[in-house]
Design a protein. Sequence first.
Length: 356
Amino acid sequence: MTILVTGGAGFIGSNFVLDWFAQGAGPVINLDKLTYAGNPANLHALKDNPEHVFVHGDICDRELVRSLLERHAPRAIVHFAAESHVDRSIHGPGDFVQTNILGTFTLLEEVRSWLEKQAPSRREDFRFLHVSTDEVFGSLAPHDPPFKESTPFAPNSPYAASKAAADHLVRAYHHTYGLPTLTVNCSNNYGPYQFPEKLIPLMILNAITHKPLPVYGEGGNVRDWLYVQDHCTAIRRVLERGRVGESYNVGGYNQKTNLEVVNAICALLDEARPNRKSPHSMLISFVKDRPGHDRRYAMDATKIAIQLEWTPSESFDSGLRKTVAWYLDNPDWVAHVTSGAYRQWIEKNYAKRGEA
Ligand code: NAD
Ligand code: TDX
């Protein structure tokens, strides 16, 4: 009953693997390249668990992927591995094309040829679950209806384009070769273990160290926030009951402007870490906008609610409270991820940005 997880040392992948073991769902082979975003410390709780096998390697390495399939004969692949940060894709799109497109292609090719050699019953039961994003659908105007699974793709950043390409390949491998694929397109995740290049952890960590809170543009862009554990539940549900060849939109029903999110973080920190001189919101600083910044994302998650009876269980208020508490309670994790290379990224992305 082994599954192969890719990118299981990253933010969503590690939450998924930890949840998987908490459910007693079976052995996991965890293939991760440990880029700047991959962190073995996220998996510390599994260090003595013989059912968790960590493999340090690249999804673009065909021989490695082939040998893992042959050796472990997984019943499913849950594919998280990706370059995932839009701002980094603007500074340098090459790694995004390599991992997100060619890496997904490598996995699909190796799975296709491995499955051909398997017995029909194993072929039938196997699943390739691809984790994708709402960003493939482009940007919504303020009053547009949310994205459905049938919304045409219109990716705007190099990151979104690379994920859209991967989604198309997954779809084509089902349509052409009958590969038993499933795709999940989800909205912005937040929660424990998120690398602090993304909005919510960046703002929490800057605020507690009294650094400016760099809001792009005027802070009116809208995202639909999904607590990471709700996403993990949705993935498990799609893996168990999803219809082969289909995609499922997953959203949190929590549309917020970035300024609302940052103000909510500041209010929680005013409670938890009161600053006698001024409220944390005084640190908000409007900086030059992200090029091509998508205005709004919102997911219509009716299909997964009706077909698979999944809805999110966390509200934004409760999820954000848990998230802020987690970052305050884990200073060692924070110290580890904010050293060295992280500082260089902050310098690169923010130093020359100037004011909005
Ligand atoms: P992350 O950046 O935190 O983690 C990515 C992981 O993939 C890291 O552990 C990294 O080491 C690993 N990785 C990168 N390149 C690799 C390669 N070539 N071979 C093997 N491993 C490699 O990302 P995340 O936020 O956890 O996102 C996981 C997936 O979910 C991604 O596919 C992303 O596109 C998608 N997604 C994320 C969000 C979000 O809000 N974070 C929303 C929608 C979809
Ligand atoms: O410093 C910042 N200031 C700011 O205003 C950062 C890092 C972000 N922002 C804004 C940009 C976005 O409107 O906050 C919003 C969220 O930004 P990110 O956390 O970078 O996420 P986003 O660009 O929306 O993409 C995320 O959701 C979809 C994930 O990073 C992707 O992996 C996922 O596919």
